[in-house]
Design a protein around this ligand. Sequence first.
Ligand code: DUR
Ligand code: ZN
Length: 138
Amino acid sequence: MKPSPSAPVLRRLEKNAREASARAYAPYSKFAVGAAVLAGSGKIYAGCNVENACYGLGICAERAAVFAAVAAGERAIRCVVIHTPTATPTAPCGACRQVINEFGPEARVVSVCAAAGRIDTTLDKLLPGAFGPGNLDL
Ligand SMILES: O=c1ccn([C@H]2C[C@H](O)[C@@H](CO)O2)c(=O)[nH]1
Ligand SMILES: [Zn+2]
């Protein structure tokens, strides 16, 4: 079976995530993260982490990207790519896994970094037994 998204689309997502990481606002952690999501329409939405002087109020790149997609009218997430300018790739935090689950329970999740190492997995592997919208069907 052909991989989804295709290699050229995945390359575009990686470029968008890398460019978004350069726009991260991370003066406190110095850990710049960029994310790009491929939404149901085929459009790509990017996000970066945005920190705050009130430390707990920062938001991760992945959630910023998902929320940008939803604000544009999207309701499905097919793929999330995360870029960090580090030597090893970074998997999404638990909060972001839960948010991705809402719109892309079977999304492909790819983490890339400044070196060749990558993580290429799926949301259901990262968040097995997830609580999701279906659990609220009483
Ligand atoms: O997957 C991750 C992990 C961390 N961060 C952000 C949160 C915080 O701003 C900084 C350090 O945790 O990196 C992300 O955006 N995505
Ligand atoms: Zn997160």
